[in-house]
Write a protein that binds this ligand. Structure first.
Ligand code: FAD
Length: 402
């Protein structure tokens, strides 16, 4: 631990409804724009129509980039390039919220696109040497490896000689990223993806953790607690790390591919790997938090969530255990443009918070933007929460100006 740690503290007042803190960095104009966008996204029909039109217009190369960039892109992305993200990084940093630059381009799945993802990740790592507001690097394995190859490795199928060479190139890319992270002393997170490619991702992550996590958690695997088997997996990963004498790095998330997972399981006739009810996902997520905090001496945890209850739970556990609130192995993370009431209030209380700041060319981050829009419809529930908070802040500002 270094000398910048806050003193051991009891939990300070933590109120996620404190909208003044949540939106302190937003001007009235920015609030109004955000309100209009969330109001539109709150309407599922409009969102469905809007996202289909968007995809169609981009495919037809219609000149709508400016419009997209000024609206939904601006809300959820930092910019088209790392340089364009820097003002966003600085703005978040003013509130002590750090950034995780996330190259969100869903690549073409060829060797050139894999190498380009490695390059972008290396650039973000390099930048972190002079920009201390960057606290993690992140990437997806499908950004640097072919989906079909990950699927084949996960199913323990025999690889052709060409695929053996391809797999060796994947490992070399991974090591290049981890070596750079080690050199820059910047932890790196590997996102979790579909269950049928996750075994390969897990085995690569384990290999990297064993190699790079001897002195601190440098490499973090991601654990999706919507899967029925992942709490046990977390415990087994910890046992392996303990036995191997390395730190476990665990980003905990609920999981982003629920519908796809269920559809595939139903179509192929195997039991769904996903919990049957949200309550079971919530229970496992919170149990995973407890498990990690109890073993914080050997685990680095990053809670990637917009769930208020889980965020509060982790905050309480840290305080109750008497840990410094900014303990170097405890982080909270939300996506840029979402859950600011959680990020800003946690940061103000003294916790380590880092937001994923996605970036990439507008046309290439479109799938990411469409997912965010869908997640924010009234059906999925986030937009109404964001709207409620935005309305509260606008009313508060109006009242204070009277
Ligand atoms: C910083 C960050 C990083 C992330 N990284 C990843 C990643 O690497 N891989 C990944 O897959 N996702 C990732 N996610 C997305 C994450 O998995 C969730 O989809 C998203 O954050 C919503 O979950 P929540 O905890 O925020 O909140 P909540 O709104 O409380 O939970 C919603 C989630 O609960 C689960 N759920 C909903 N309904 C049901 C049901 N009926 N039965 C069972 N479970 C249900 C689903 O996972 C759903 O996404 C990340 C999210 C963040 C904030």
């Amino acid at each position: 631990m270094n000398e910048t740690l806050a003193p051991i503290a009891t939990l300070p007042t933590l109120d996620f409804n404190d909208v003044a803190v949540a939106f302190e960095s937003k001007s009235d104009k920015q609030l109004a724009e955000r309100y209009l966008l969330f109001r539109a996204m709150n309407n599922p029909t409009l969102t469905k129509l809007g996202t289909s039109l968007l995809a169609w217009a981009i495919r037809r190369r219609l000149p709508i980039k400016g419009l997209v960039k000024a609206t939904i892109f601006k809300q959820f992305c930092g910019g088209e390039t790392i340089e364009e993200c820097l003002p966003v990084v600085a703005e978040l940093g003013k509130a002590n919220v750090k950034s995780i630059l996330d190259y969100s381009v869903e690549g073409e799945g060829n060797e050139a696109s894999f190498d380009s993802v490695v390059e972008k990740t290396l650039q973000a790592i390099e930048l972190s040497k002079r920009e201390k507001l960057i606290s993690f690097a992140v990437f997806k394995m499908t950004g640097i490896a072919r989906f079909g190859l990950l699927e084949k490795v996960s199913a323990a199928q025999t690889l052709s000689s060409g695929e053996v060479a391809e797999w060796a190139r994947v490992k070399a890319r991974l090591r290049k990223i981890c070596d750079a992270a080690l050199e820059a002393d910047l932890p790196v997170m590997i996102d979790a993806e579909e269950s049928w490619i996750q075994a390969a991702i897990d085995s690569l992550a384990d290999e990297m953790m064993e190699r790079y996590n001897k002195h601190k958690p440098l490499v973090y695997n991601t654990i999706q607690l919507y899967r029925k088997d992942r709490l046990a997996f977390l415990k087994a990963s910890f046992a392996k790390a303990e036995k191997g004498g390395y730190y476990l790095g665990a980003k905990l998330v609920r999981g982003a591919y629920m519908e796809k997972e269920r559809e595939r399981a139903a179509m192929m006739g195997y039991p769904s790997p996903i919990h049957d009810a949200k309550e079971a996902t919530d229970r496992d997520f919170n149990l995973a938090i407890e498990f990690c905090v109890e073993r914080i001496d050997r685990i680095g945890i990053c809670a990637g969530t917009h769930n208020e209850e889980s965020s509060l739970k982790l905050a309480r556990l840290v305080a109750e255990k008497g840990l410094p609130l900014n303990h170097p192995r405890v982080h909270f993370s939300q996506l840029y443009g979402m859950g600011d009431h959680i990020s800003y209030n946690l940061a103000k209380a003294g916790f380590n918070v880092a937001k994923y700041v996605p970036y990439g060319e507008v046309k290439f981050v479109l799938p990411y933007l469409i997912r965010r829009a869908q997640e924010n419809t009234a059906v999925a529930g986030y937009a109404s929460r964001e709207l409620r908070l935005l309305i509260a802040e606008r009313q508060r500002r109006k009242a204070t100006k009277r």
